[in-house]
Design a protein around this ligand. Structure first.
Ligand code: PEP
Length: 255
């Protein structure tokens, strides 16, 4: 019996139109009849333009809706950005914060990540916080120091009661979208390091409650390796989550 509810989140990035979203969710719902919400949580994070359709199609099911980003202001002159009320209107429960693509291409820093985490929590949604190292950092033996720095900065000023709600996704940047997934041993080592760090920043009970996913080229063929070790609480999935059959197989790995 796992200590924490596993959570699999589909990060669709900039893929799938309104129509493709409807088709995916119809197929997903039909084929995933055995879903037991007491055993696994599945989240779909489509692009903003598909949130409305996804919300409509997911209504009354046990699947949750997520967003890929959110601004840290309530509203205003922020062209191209999305506000919490706009996500809440569709029943969004999870928001991915600090994905490495946003950190790399859209100047997201630990400071903005920290503000976003606080604002997502203040709006009663649950952040999925992404942390992880580059290949250069890994090869230089700096994986732990990178993650430690990110966790300290990203969680700054967040109280324990809020911190334990945050889902942390360990996503080695070199494994994202490359097909080169981390070995399960490497993933377990870093996830254990994340728990140790959370225990130092907060407390041992918090480090045992907080959910930590692995992300980086997860597919149906490799998910079981990660889920064998109960320190890993699921996955954040990009490419493989675009195919309903693959996403179902990944979610079913814990059933
Ligand atoms: C991601 O985008 O968070 C991700 C892990 O992508 P992929 O599964 O394609 O590596």
């Amino acid at each position: 019996m796992r200590k924490r509810m596993p959570i699999f989140a589909a990060n669709w990035k900039m893929y799938k139109t309104f129509g493709e979203t409807a088709k995916f969710i119809d197929e997903f719902k039909t084929n995933f009849k055995a879903f037991d919400k007491n055993k696994v949580e599945a989240v779909i994070c489509p692009p903003y333009t598909s949130l409305f359709k996804a919300a409509e199609k997911l209504a009354g099911t046990c699947f949750s809706l997520g967003a890929q980003n959110m601004n840290f202001e309530k509203e205003g002159a922020f062209t191209g950005e999305i506000a919490p009320a706009m996500l809440l209107e569709f029943g969004v429960k999870y928001v991915i914060i600090g994905h490495s693509e946003r950190r790399a291409y859209y100047n997201e820093t630990d400071e903005s990540v920290n503000k976003k985490l606080k604002f997502v929590l203040a709006n009663d949604m649950v952040p999925i916080l992404c942390v992880g190292e580059t290949i250069e950092e890994r090869e230089a033996g700096k994986t732990e120091s990178k993650i430690l720095g990110q966790l300290k900065a990203d969680f700054a000023g967040i109280g324990e009661a809020d911190a334990e709600k945050i889902v942390i996704a360990y996503e080695p940047i070199w494994a994202i979208g490359t097909g080169k997934n981390a070995t399960s041993k490497d993933a377990v080592d870093v996830v254990n390091f994340i728990r140790k760090t959370m225990s130092e920043i907060y407390s041992k009970p918090l480090s045992e409650k907080v959910r930590v996913q692995y992300g980086g080229s997860v597919k149906p063929e490799n998910i079981a390796e990660y889920m064998k070790d109960e320190t890993i609480d699921g996955a954040l999935i990009g490419g493989a989550s675009l195919d309903p059959a693959k996403f179902i197989k990944i979610c079913e790995s814990v059933l």
